[in-house]
Design a protein around this ligand. Structure first.
Ligand code: 5AD
Ligand code: SF4
Length: 447
C-alpha cells in the first residue's frame, strides 16, 4: 500500500543525552529533506519514537506508546501518522517491532538513522523499512549542518562501549567504542557556536576514552580536545559526560584545574560501593581506585561538584554490600546522582545470574539511597548560598519576568531578569531549594 509522503514530523526522545542529541540530528535531517517540525505528535504526519533500552520494560513502554498514538489519531482525525521507531529498542528488537505492532512503518537503529529519509520514502511505497545495520560509513558524515542548537548544546564525540559491564545493554545496542575524528568534532563545535551555542557538552557512553589525532597528526585524548575548544572564540563553557573511572587520565584531571572554560562538574559513575559487587558487575575498578581518582580530581579542582550513577539490587547484593554503597556516597559527598533499581536486560550476563534480589528489597534500598542523595544535594545547594557566580541563561522561568540559568555546578538558578536566552550573567545566590537556587543581580541586591 502506498501512502502520501509525510510533510510534518515530531521526534520524541527517551533516555540519555545521546538520545537527545540523536533526536535533534534526526529532526535536522528531516527538515533538510523538506519536512517541517510539528508542534506535537498529534499534528504530525510522521512520529519518530527515539527509544531507550537501558532499564525497566522500556520495550513494553514503546508498544504502549504506539497503541496510544494510534488510538488518539483514530479518535481525532481517523488518519494514523507514519510511525518510526528509532534508538536502542529499535536496535535490540529490529523486525520484531512491526510484527508485534503493525502500525510501525519504519525501524531504524542508532547507527543507521542518517538513512531515515530514505526509509520513510520506502515505507511510503509500501516497502519494509527496517534498518539496524552498524554500517562502516559514519552516519555523522551524512548528516546536515547543525541548526538552532540553543545556548547549551550536546556534541557526540564518542559512541559505543567495549567495557561490557554485566548488567548493561550499551555494548550490544550502540556497538563497539568509536571516537569521532578530531576535525569532524572541531568543525561541529564551530558550527554550534556559529549557530548560537555558548556551552558545549561533549557526550559519549565513555566520553573520557575519546582519542584521535589532531590536525598535526599528534595523538590526543579528551583533555587535548577540551584545551582546543577552550581556544574557540564565542564558546563560554565546556562540559563532558559520561565517564568511566579507569579513563580519568592525568591530563584530563589536570585540565580540570587549568582550563577556565571547563566547568567544575564531573559525572563519574561508580555504580556500587562493594568490591565484590563491582567485580560481579565487571566494572574493572575498585572502590579504592575510584576514591583515589576522586581525590586527585578534587586536588586539581577543589570546588568540583561530583555526580554519579548507582544501581541497587544487583544480583547477589546483600545488606552489607548496600551499606558500603551508602558509605561511598557519604565519603564522596555527591552533589547529585542518578540511582536505579537493577533491571535484568535480556542478553546480558547478569540477567541469568543466581541470587536476583527481591523487588521489595530493591525498593527499600533505592529509597534509602535516594534519601541520602537528596539530603546531600540539598546540603550542596545550601552551601552555594552567598556565592557570587556566573550563570548561563537557558530558558524562561515559570512566571513572567523570570529566567532560568545554569550555575557552573549545573544547578538551575532562577532570576528575576530580562536577560536574553544565551546570555552569561553574574548573580549572587540568595536562596536554595532541593532542586534549584534563587539568584539576584548584584546591583539589584545592593539597591
Ligand atoms: N539496570 C539498572 N540500571 C542500569 N544502568 C545501566 N544498565 C542498567 C540495568 N540493567 C544504569 C547505570 C548506568 C546508567 C546510564 O544506567 O547506572 O550508568
Ligand atoms: Fe554500560 Fe559499563 Fe559501558 Fe557504561 S561502561 S556503557 S555501564 S558497559
Amino acid at each position: 500500500m502506498t501512502r502520501p509522503a509525510p510533510k510534518s514530523f515530531h521526534v520524541k526522545s527517551f533516555g540519555c543525552q545521546m538520545n537527545v542529541y540523536d533526536g535533534q540530528r534526526m529532526a535536522e535531517l528531516l527538515e533538510a529533506d523538506g519536512m517541517v517540525a510539528a508542534q506535537d505528535e498529534g499534528a504530525a504526519d510522521l512520529v519518530v519514537l527515539n527509544t531507550c533500552h537501558i532499564r525497566e520494560k522500556a520495550a513494553e513502554k514503546v508498544y504502549s506508546d504506539i497503541g496510544r498514538i494510534v488510538k488518539r489519531a483514530r479518535a481525532a482525525t481517523g488518519d494514523v501518522p507514519m510511525i518510526a521507531v528509532a534508538g536502542c529498542v529499535a536496535q535490540a528488537e529490529g523486525a520484531e517491532i512491526p510484527r508485534r505492532a503493525p502500525a510501525v512503518d519504519v525501524v531504524v537503529g542508532p547507527q543507521a538513522y542518517h538513512r531515515l529519509p530514505d526509509l520513510v520514502r520506502a515505507a511510503g511505497e509500501g516497502k519494509r523499512a527496517v534498518d539496524t545495520d552498524m554500517p562502516a560509513e559514519s552516519k555523522f558524515d551524512a548528516l546536515p549542518a547543525r541548526r538552532r542548537p540553543g545556548p547549551s548544546a550536546f556534541l557526540t564525540v564518542q559512541e559505543g562501549c567495549d567495557k561490557f559491564c554485566t548488567y548493561c545493554v550499551v555494548p550490544y545496542t550502540r556497538g563497539a567504542e568509536v571516537s569521532r575524528p578530531w576535525g569532524a568534532v572541531m568543525d561541529e563545535a564551530r558550527a554550534l557556536v556559529d549557530a548560537g551555542a555558548r556551552e558545549i557538552t561533549l557526550i559519549g557512553q565513555n566520553v573520557n576514552a575519546w582519542t584521535s589525532e589532531d590536525g598535526k597528526g599528534r595523538p590526543q585524548g579528551l583533555d587535548g580536545l577540551i584545551r582546543a575548544l577552550d581556544r574557540l572564540p564565542g564558546l563560554a563553557r565546556i562540559r563532558y559526560t559520561t565517564s568511566h573511572p579507569n579513563d580519568m587520565t592525568d591530563g584530563l584531571i589536570a585540565a580540570h584545574g587549568e582550563v577556565e572554560k571547563l566547568m567544575p562538574f564531573l559525572h563519574l559513575p561508580v555504580q556500587a560501593g562493594s568490591d565484590r559487587i563491582l567485580r560481579a558487575m565487571n566494572r574493572s575498578h575498585s572502590v579504592a581506585s575510584y576514591l583515589a581518582v576522586i581525590d586527585r580530581v578534587r586536588a586539581s579542582r577543589p570546588d568540583i561538584a561530583l555526580s554519579g550513577d548507582f544501581i541497587v539490587g544487583f544480583p547477589g547484593e546483600d545488606e552489607a554490600d548496600f551499606v558500603a554503597t551508602l558509605d561511598v556516597v557519604r565519603a564522596v559527598g555527591h552533589a547529585q546522582a542518578f540511582s536505579f533499581k537493577y533491571s535484568p536486560r535480556p542478553g546480558t550476563p547478569a540477567a541469568t545470574m543466581a541470587d536476583q534480589v527481591a523487588p521489595e528489597v530493591m525498593d527499600d534500598r533505592l529509597q534509602r539511597l535516594q534519601a541520602l542523595l537528596n539530603e546531600q544535594q540539598a546540603a550542596f545547594n545550601a552551601a552555594t548560598v552567598g556565592r557570587r557566580t556566573d550563570i548561563l541563561i537557558e530558558r524562561d522561568g515559570r512566571h513572567p519576568g523570570q529566567r532560568i540559568g545554569k550555575s557552573p555546578w549545573l544547578q538551575s538558578v532562577v532570576v528575576e531578569n530580562d536577560a536574553g536566552i544565551g546570555e552569561m550573567m553574574t548573580v549572587d545566590i540568595v536562596s536554595a531549594g532541593p532542586n534549584s537556587l534563587g539568584g539576584v543581580t548584584p546591583a539589584r541586591q545592593a539597591a
